[in-house]
Design a protein around this ligand. Structure first.
Ligand SMILES: Cc1cc2nc3c(=O)[nH]c(=O)nc-3n(C[C@H](O)[C@H](O)[C@H](O)COP(=O)(O)OP(=O)(O)OC[C@H]3O[C@@H](n4cnc5c(N)ncnc54)[C@H](O)[C@@H]3O)c2cc1C
Length: 388
């Protein structure tokens, strides 16, 4: 198994994966189907905090272990291999919300708004997308106006993972509409108990049913000026900053969604007999198994490359985008082919393959669509060929 290979992983990473896997087997696997009715129990997030899986990217001063992205991709793959929606919720809290606070927050902000996230006691979310704003984040419509020592926020955020469950949101808003959004956007921490903050609805989703994804409204929400992240106008930079590590971790999640259906299909094809032979004897089945194995191992290698680059302080926009694009498209193909190998059984809920297929379908959309990944990759290629 390449995820145990000492050529790719350090002894400590291999031991850590084993530890995370044992935790998942004990704490998540027995309830993995049950929590798909959602939402995930908060208690589970608390347990993830207690064992340190909310803090591998964060500084020790915020209660984290700062082990790095290579450890984050292990956590993301292992939890996703059991229940994808739970890891989506974990990641929305500790990475999507947590990284902007970790990298741009003051010591006081980290103490108050990051430490409880790392401990799993509070839940975070990130508010970027809006009813009229998806891929084109610079078109953001939410506004924040300064009023004395406060900011007043108005706008709507849609498709927000953890939205209705979150205690804190890292939200983005235009603070200077007279300039381009790249200079006129700012980032804020918002306490969801603030007056004027409301949940319009939780979206009904195809998959990821253990998570909650919500449509939120901010109507004259007043927040103290010390809840601004960084400086006014730094929002777009903050937004772009966390995307490479987020996309690398999403790539690892996608490997998790593919891995379990792959393992189920391998065993099923070995046992299911038709025409007097196990179905793995037919190339129509066994070549699908080969293709799945190739995509899982190639995807894991691409993801680890991006993680190693980020951990060594290099910019990894191209590698993170390649890893996300490859693994998320592979996850859809793998889960679909696994279902095909299981025949009618695959279409039932007797096996979790249908759940992973529904979950996997999200990932060429969330965190930047496949089309946007292709756009970014070619842009990086042209930068390499024609440096300015
Ligand atoms: C379950 C779920 C969870 C989510 N969680 C969060 C969250 O926690 N926080 C958050 O802020 N957002 C979240 N999102 C939103 C997600 O990031 C957006 O859905 C995504 O960025 C795409 O935006 P859109 O849906 O508005 O599609 P659009 O941007 O409107 O795109 C529609 C289609 O047009 C294509 N397209 C757009 N522009 C181009 C282009 N330039 N070239 C080629 N094709 C293009 C897209 O690829 C897509 O196929 C979540 C979404 C879902 C479904």
């Amino acid at each position: 198994m390449d995820y145990l290979s000492k050529v790719l992983w350090t002894d400590d990473e291999i031991a850590f994966r084993q530890e995370v896997r044992e935790f998942c087997d004990k704490e998540i696997a027995p309830i993995a189907d049950e929590i798909d009715k959602g939402p995930y129990p908060r208690e589970l997030i608390r347990k993830l905090g207690q064992v340190g899986y909310m803090g591998v990217l964060h500084d020790e001063s915020a209660g984290g272990s700062k082990r790095g992205v290579s450890y984050e991709i292990i956590v993301a793959e292992e939890i996703s291999a059991v229940n994808a929606g739970l890891d989506m919720a974990r990641m929305a809290s500790t990475t999507l919300y947590g990284m902007p606070v970790s990298k741009f927050g003051t010591a006081e902000q980290k103490k108050k708004y990051l430490e409880p996230i790392v401990r799993g006691e509070k839940i975070g979310c990130i508010g970027i997308s809006e009813p009229n704003v998806g891929s084109d984040t610079a078109g953001m419509e939410t506004r924040a106006e300064k009023d004395g020592d406060e900011w007043i926020l108005n706008g709507e955020k849609r498709f927000i993972t953890n939205g209705s469950q979150a205690d804190f949101m890292c939200t983005f808003a235009i603070t200077d509409p007279s300039v381009d959004a790249k200079d006129g956007m700012s980032a804020f921490i918002l306490d969801t108990t603030s007056d004027g903050f409301s949940v319009i609805e939780d979206h009904e989703l195809l998959g990821m049913k253990s998570a909650r994804v919500s449509w939120l409204k901010m109507e004259d929400v007043r927040i103290p000026s010390d809840m601004l992240l960084g400086v006014p106008g730094q929002g777009f930079e903050i937004l772009m900053d966390e995307l490479d590590s987020e996309r690398t971790a999403i790539a690892a999640e996608a490997i998790g969604y593919g891995r379990t259906p792959f393992e189920i299909a391998v065993k099923f094809a070995n046992e299911r007999v038709q025409f007097g032979r196990p179905i793995r004897a037919f190339e129509g089945v066994s070549f699908k198994i080969s293709d799945m194995a190739v995509k899982l191992e190639a995807g894991r290698a691409l993801t680890l490359t991006a993680a190693r680059m980020l951990d060594s302080g290099q910019k990894a926009t191209k590698q993170a985008s390649i890893a996300k694009l490859f693994t998320t498209e592979a996850a859809i193909e793998i889960t679909n082919n696994a279902l095909q190998i299981l025949g009618g059984s695959g279409y039932t809920t007797d096996y979790p393959v249908e759940r992973f297929l529904r979950d996997a379908r999200l990932m060429t959309i969330g965190g930047g669509t496949a089309e946007i990944m292709r756009f970014l990759i070619q842009r990086e290629v042209y930068k390499e060929f024609f440096p300015r």
